[in-house]
Design a protein around this ligand. Structure first.
Ligand SMILES: *[C@@H]1O[C@H](CO)[C@@H](O)[C@H](O)[C@H]1NC(C)=O
Ligand SMILES: *[C@@H]1O[C@H](CO)[C@@H](O)[C@H](O)[C@H]1NC(C)=O
Ligand SMILES: *[C@@H]1O[C@H](CO)[C@@H](O)[C@H](O)[C@H]1NC(C)=O
Ligand SMILES: *[C@@H]1O[C@H](CO)[C@@H](O)[C@H](O)[C@H]1NC(C)=O
Ligand SMILES: *[C@@H]1O[C@H](CO)[C@@H](O)[C@H](O)[C@H]1NC(C)=O
Ligand SMILES: [Zn+2]
Length: 347
C-alpha cells in the first residue's frame, strides 16, 4: 500500500507535466475538408524531422535515453519507441523505479500530443545538458530520471502521419489503410463503439491486433510490466478513467483499481490551470462508447494498475468540419500550448 501511495504521488506529478496551459473525436469523419489553418513544418514536426530529432537526442544523451528501432509500422516506419531513465543510477536499481508507459500519436490528425512528447523529452535533456546553466532544470530532470523508468511510444501511427503529409487530408485518423489502432485492441473488440466499415474513422480492422502497430503495446505491457499507462490524445480536455467500451457502460463496469485511479485523475485535474480538465469514467464523460481501445486493454486485460487516456487540447469554439484546428493549436500558439511546466511547482 505504501508503494502504491508513493507511486500515486509520483505519477500524478509526472502526468501533470503533459497538460498544456490552454468536440469529441467520435463519429469520426475522415474525408478531407477545407481547413482554417494547416501546420507549418518549420514549427510542427513532420515524420522525418521527428525521427531526426529523437535520433539526435538518443545519441547525445545515451546515458538517459535508449531508442528501440525494432518496432515498426505496417509500411516499415519506426514508431520511435524509447526508454528514458538514469540508466547508471545505483546499479540494478531500475527495478525500484516507478515504471511508466506512455503512448503518443495513435491518431494521425492529432499532432499536438506528439509535440508534447518531444517538448517533455527536451525539457528532460535540456536539464542535464552541460551547455545550460539552469539548476532548476537539472533538479527536475534528475528527479524524473532517478525516480522513473519511462517507456514512450513517440509515434504509434507514423503511416497515418505520412498519409496526411502526402494528401493534406488533416481529418485522417487511422493507419495508411484506415484502421483506427485505438479500436484494434483485444478488449470488447468489435463492439458498437467501433466500425466494421473500412471508410469509417473508427474502423477497427478485421480482427483484434490485426495491425502491426499494436505489437509494441502488447510486448511492452507484458515484458516491461508497467505500473502506469497513459494514452495521449487531443480534441477535448478530458482525463478518462477506464472503461470506454459499450459493454462496460451497460454494466457500469469499473477497473479493479478504481478508487486510486479516481484519486489520480482528480489530482491531475486539480493541478491543471483553472481546473480545465474534466475527469471521469470514459463512458460518462463522452457521449459515445469506444470498443477495443488501448487504455481499456491495459486496464482490463494487461491489468496495469493505473491506466488512463488523456485528451490534452481543445479548440474551445470550434465550428464546422475542418480538422487541423479542431485537434491542434495554430502554429504561432503551439509553443504557448506546450509551455506546460511552469505551474507544477507553484503549488
Ligand atoms: C520535413 O520538415 C523539414 C523542416 O523541418 C523539411 O526540411 C522537410 O523537407 C520535410 N520533409 C518532408 C518529407 O516533407
Ligand atoms: C514482441 O514479442 C514477440 C513474442 O514474444 C516476439 O516474437 C517479437 O519479436 C517481439 N517484437 C519485437 C519487435 O521485439
Ligand atoms: C544518475 O545516477 C548516478 C548514479 O547514481 C548519479 O551519480 C548521477 O548524478 C545521476 N544523474 C542525474 C542526471 O541525476
Ligand atoms: C551561469 O551561472 C553562473 C553562476 O550563477 C552565472 O555567473 C553565469 O552568468 C551563468 N551563465 C549563463 C550563461 O547564464
Ligand atoms: C523542465 O520543467 C520543469 C518543471 O516545470 C522546470 O522546473 C525545469 O526548469 C524545466 N527544465 C528546463 C531545462 O527547461
Ligand atoms: Zn485520439
Amino acid at each position: 500500500m505504501k508503494l502504491l501511495r508513493e507511486q500515486l504521488f509520483y505519477l500524478s506529478i509526472l502526468t501533470t507535466c503533459f497538460l498544456p496551459l490552454l468536440a469529441p473525436s467520435a463519429g469520426a469523419d475522415v474525408k478531407p475538408q477545407k481547413e482554417n489553418y494547416e501546420p507549418d513544418y518549420t514549427t510542427y514536426h513532420n515524420v522525418s524531422s521527428l525521427e531526426t530529432e529523437i535520433q539526435r537526442l538518443t545519441k547525445r544523451y545515451s546515458d538517459f535515453i535508449q531508442l528501440n528501432n525494432n518496432y515498426k509500422s505496417s509500411a516499415g516506419q519506426s514508431q520511435l519507441v524509447f526508454r528514458v531513465s538514469n540508466f547508471s543510477s545505483i546499479a540494478g536499481s531500475l527495478k525500484g523505479k516507478v515504471r511508466i508507459f506512455l503512448s503518443f500519436g495513435e491518431h494521425a490528425r492529432e499532432f499536438f500530443p506528439v509535440e508534447s512528447m518531444l517538448h517533455f523529452i527536451k525539457n528532460i535533456t535540456d536539464g542535464v545538458s552541460q551547455d545550460t546553466n539552469k539548476t532548476e532544470g537539472l533538479k527536475f530532470s534528475s528527479w524524473v530520471l532517478n525516480n522513473f523508468d519511462i517507456i514512450i511510444i513517440g509515434m504509434a501511427n507514423p503511416d497515418g502521419r505520412v498519409y496526411i503529409e502526402k494528401t493534406q487530408n488533416y481529418c485522417w485518423r487511422g493507419t495508411e489503410s484506415g484502421v483506427d489502432i485505438n479500436r484494434n485492441f483485444n478488449w470488447n473488440f468489435g463492439g458498437q463503439g467501433s466500425s466494421s466499415n473500412p471508410l469509417d474513422g473508427e474502423y477497427r480492422g478485421p480482427h483484434a491486433f490485426s495491425e502491426p502497430e499494436t505489437e509494441v503495446f502488447q510486448n511492452i505491457s507484458s515484458i516491461f510490466v508497467p505500473d502506469a499507462f497513459v494514452s495521449f490524445h487531443s480534441g477535448v480536455r478530458h482525463i478518462y478513467i477506464p472503461f470506454a467500451d459499450s459493454e462496460s457502460k451497460q454494466g457500469r463496469r469499473f477497473p479493479a483499481n478504481k478508487v486510486l485511479l479516481v484519486r489520480l485523475a482528480r489530482h491531475i485535474s486539480r493541478s491543471s490551470p483553472s481546473r480545465l480538465f474534466k475527469f471521469g469514467h470514459a463512458y460518462d464523460l463522452t457521449g459515445y462508447t469506444a470498443d477495443g481501445t488501448s487504455f481499456d486493454f491495459m486496464a482490463g486485460h494487461a491489468k496495469i494498475p493505473f491506466s488512463l487516456a488523456i485528451e490534452l487540447w481543445e479548440h474551445r469554439h470550434h465550428r464546422g468540419r475542418s480538422c487541423f484546428d479542431e485537434f491542434n493549436p495554430e502554429n504561432e500558439d503551439l509553443q504557448v500550448g506546450l509551455a506546460i511546466f511552469e505551474w507544477i511547482f507553484e503549488k
